[in-house]
Design a protein around this ligand. Structure first.
Ligand SMILES: Nc1ncnc2c1ncn2[C@@H]1O[C@H](COP(=O)(O)OP(=O)(O)OP(=O)(O)O)[C@@H](O)[C@H]1O
Ligand SMILES: [Mg+2]
Length: 383
């Protein structure tokens, strides 16, 4: 098992081009792309870390730095305390599975698996290693061995790509959205397979995906990235219950958290759509005039025949697999003398049994224990 630690890792991709037109004239010093911005991250021995974040936030770049495929401009990478920042990729003993499986197209699955051993003239190890790998990869894997990649389905290619990593007994496993090409059913099946593998071997792994459900299912802890920075690291429950800033709050959770911007005024918080009295636990943190953002998740809003907040149902989406439905409710516009315009949409999750129609008038009640507050300027959590 291996512990992986990133310390202050920064990567700025230079602008390439022929110099025909100067990009700096358009963008100035912003011309370089800061893909990683002082990243600090510890992946523990045998842990699976899920790396999530929007497109272009730097996930793949981070994996490539760990694999040694690109060198960081600043900072260092440690495996078990040893600085490997300048170590070439082939000495790092990393298994990497990409979205495009990158199998050698002219070699059979067996040859793909065996290739590194042939190159290193360790051919005598091949039969035993292939046998063990097939066993690990489970039912039907041996039937794929004689086939060329182009004759395999996407899911089968994916299995061969994982097998090709396993056979080398890597110190660290890097998965870069390996399931994103699969259909929904195969995705869940393969996810289970990968999870079993990871549990069984406890190989230190980092797994990137756009799909939160997948990350939660596979990873023990999550790291949420945004614009090259790690915003928060923790278990899903920690991040879900205690997001450290607005970005994380809005990124983790489906459907996304509702946000309302308001201001501290005497006696409480005034939002465009409603007011709230001061919550005791928050009061000492606020100053008059401060702009705040209130966050509330759709699943923490109750719909009833009465309540503090009136709204009109605009749209209803059934969420069959969850036996739930997602309601888009519009809060009423507020007269100008009460701070208007208001009229924001509030997304609410209810059970499937609730019967509502567009146009229905409903009352909303926010679960007070589940309110999140952030500073509107910094986006940071207030309590
Ligand atoms: N070789 C490169 N040269 C220049 N810019 C690059 C290079 N590789 C990545 N980038 C840029 O660095 C940023 C981070 O890219 P990266 O591929 O790490 O994002 P990502 O989080 O993996 O995104 P996705 O979810 O779409 O895969 C992007 O703005 C990307 O355009
Ligand atoms: Mg990527």
């Amino acid at each position: 098992m291996t512990q992986v630690r990133l310390e202050n890792v920064t990567k700025i991709f230079p602008i390439e081009g022929r110099g025909l037109v100067s990009i700096r004239e358009f963008l100035g010093d912003k011309a370089g792309i800061k893909a990683l911005d002082r990243v600090n991250l510890l992946i523990r021995h045998g842990e699976t870390m899920g790396l999530i974040g929007p497109t272009a936030c730097g996930k793949t770049t981070l994996l490539r730095v760990i694999a040694g495929l690109i060198a960081p401009d600043e900072g260092a990478v440690y495996f078990d305390g040893q600085d490997v920042t300048r170590m070439p990729p082939r000495e790092r003993n990393i298994g990497m599975v990409f979205q495009s499986y990158a199998l050698y197209p002219h070699l059979t699955s067996l040859e793909n698996l065996a290739f590194p051993f042939v190159v290193q003239q360790r051919g005598e190890e091949i039969p035993e290693r292939v046998r063990v790998t097939s066993q690990i990869m489970g039912l039907g894997f041996d039937k794929l061995l004689g086939r060329l990649p182009r004759t395999l389905s996407v899911g089968e290619k994916q299995r061969v790509a994982v097998g090709r990593c396993i056979i080398r007994e890597p110190r660290v496993f890097l998965f870069d959205e390996p399931l994103s090409n699969l259909d929904a059913k195969l995705r869940v099946q393969t996810r289970v397979e990968i999870k079993k593998l990871l549990r069984r071997f406890r190989i230190t792994s980092i797994y990137t995906t756009h799909d939160q459900t997948e990350a939660i299912a596979l990873a023990e802890r999550l790291a949420v990235m945004n614009e090259g920075r790690i915003e928060q690291v923790g278990t899903h429950a920690e991040i879900y219950n205690w997001p450290v800033n607005v970005f994380v709050a809005g990124f983790v959770g489906t459907p996304a958290m509702n946000f309302f911007q308001g201001r501290v005024e005497d006696g409480g918080l005034r939002f465009a759509d409603f007011s709230l009295p001061f919550l005791p636990r928050l009061k000492s943190r606020l100053r008059p005039g401060q702009e705040v953002i209130l966050g509330i998740r759709p699943e923490h809003i109750a719909i009833g025949a009465e309540g503090p907040l009136r709204a009109r149902v605009e749209e209803i989406q059934p969420w069959v697999t969850e036996r739930a439905q997602i309601i888009h409710a519009r809060l009423p516009p507020v007269p100008p003398n009460f701070g208007g315009p208001g009229g924001n949409i509030c997304v609410v999750r209810t059970g499937a049994e609730v019967t509502l129609r567009p146009g229905d008038s409903v009352w909303l009640r926010f679960d007070e224990e589940r309110l999140h507050f952030f500073d509107a300027q910094t986006g940071k959590r207030l309590r």
